[in-house]
Design a protein around this ligand. Structure first.
Ligand SMILES: Cc1cc2nc3c(=O)[nH]c(=O)nc-3n(C[C@H](O)[C@H](O)[C@H](O)COP(=O)(O)O)c2cc1C
Length: 182
């Protein structure tokens, strides 16, 4: 099993989400791990040129347009290579950290990770599982003030990943362990 692990906390030490994700990673026992740490190796925010470039067919792209999409292509290749995606994130101001939103903006690509059909949008990332590890300082995960976890779950479903587990406590980690062992 290949695991793609995304860490989104701005803290690289004393981070609750990273500590929980370490336990989740151990429970999942992946054969290979692809890591992206959005604190020590952040991705840029998209700009207007990027947004326009993503709409140009691959065969028609200029060198500059292809360059603009290179990081997005690489991040999507990591997703495509993964069987399981582990996303560890804090709740910041009731939502997702900007670092993680920047990653989402780069991996949600029309005709690459989702497409529009006459029946509505279809996610193109198939056969994958996601584990979301959320840390907060009081906002109840999936409670009324949590706009982060539902947002992330919705984005993953939009991209085709509907098998999603949410871990926010050690009790949940026990369950994940049993799922991995099953
Ligand atoms: C900028 C910022 C905004 C935060 N906003 C919230 C919030 O809206 N709700 C909450 O429960 N905790 C909030 N927290 C607390 C963090 O979610 C909490 O400390 C969490 O453990 C951070 O994850 P980490 O330990 O992996 O760094 C905030 C922390 C920071 C730094």
């Amino acid at each position: 099993m290949t695991l793609l692990r995304i860490d989104a906390s701005a803290r690289t030490t004393n981070s609750v989400s990273r500590a929980l994700a370490d336990q989740a990673e151990a429970a999942l026992a992946p054969a290979k791990v692809i890591r992206r740490d959005l604190a020590s190796d952040p991705v840029p925010q998209i700009d207007g040129f990027w947004a326009a470039s993503r709409l140009v067919a691959e065969e028609d792209r200029s060198a500059e347009e292809a360059d603009a999409l290179r990081l997005s292509d690489d991040l999507i290749a990591d997703l495509q290579a993964a069987d399981t995606v582990l996303i560890a994130s804090p709740v910041y101001n009731f939502g997702l950290p900007a670092a993680l939103k920047a990653w989402i903006d780069l991996v949600a690509r029309p005709k690459v990770t989702f497409s529009y059909t006459p029946d509505g949008p279809v996610g193109l990332l198939k056969g994958k599982r996601a584990v979301i590890v959320m840390a907060s300082g009081g906002t109840k995960i999936d409670g009324p003030g949590d706009y982060a976890t539902p947002h992330l779950r919705h984005v993953l479903a939009f991209l085709g990943i509907t098998d999603v587990s949410v871990v926010s406590s050690e009790a949940d980690l026990d369950k994940l362990d049993h799922q991995a062992a099953a």
